[in-house]
Design a protein. Structure first.
Length: 146
């Protein structure tokens, strides 16, 4: 398997471990942001992030240099459930790029690199774009830039 694909698989494995560690049960993986009944230090509104079982994940969002509600909603929007769905989608994209023989199903191949047919455009821009969010991690190579 190509170095880029192997490296991407390792990044997704790390992301999955992190997402699973952020929640005590799969039933609690979906988070939401709520206004806190307690005021902020400056007298404004504090926010907190709860999981699907109404247990506090982040007890209070009270940042000094940004919007409390915006930070809380951002944290909740990137909950473990969403991260795990994104990891699954990225793994499916990687599967479309796995070299080797496979029963061809129309639409189940990247037409840019067509690794099933042996075209020389591998790794294609799709794989390079999948790697881009991880460019700050160890092992990322400049030649993988899209």
């Amino acid at each position: 398997m190509d170095d880029l694909a192997q490296w991407l698989h390792a990044q997704l494995d790390d992301d999955e471990r992190t997402a699973r560690a952020a929640s005590w049960t799969d039933d609690a993986n979906t988070w939401h942001a709520e206004p806190s009944p307690y005021g902020a230090r400056d007298g404004g509104q504090r926010w907190y992030v709860e999981d699907a079982m109404d247990d506090g994940v982040v007890s209070h969002v009270d940042p000094a240099a940004s919007d409390d509600e915006g930070v809380a909603r951002h944290i909740a929007e990137h909950d473990p459930a969403r991260v795990l769905r994104e990891i699954d989608a990225k793994r499916q994209l990687l599967d479309l790029h796995a070299p080797g023989e496979m029963e061809y199903v129309e639409g189940d191949v990247c037409m840019a690199c067509d690794v099933r047919g042996g075209a020389p455009f591998y790794p294609c821009k799709t794989l390079r774009l999948l790697a881009l969010p991880y460019a700050d991690r160890p092992g990322y190579r400049d030649e993988w830039q899209p």
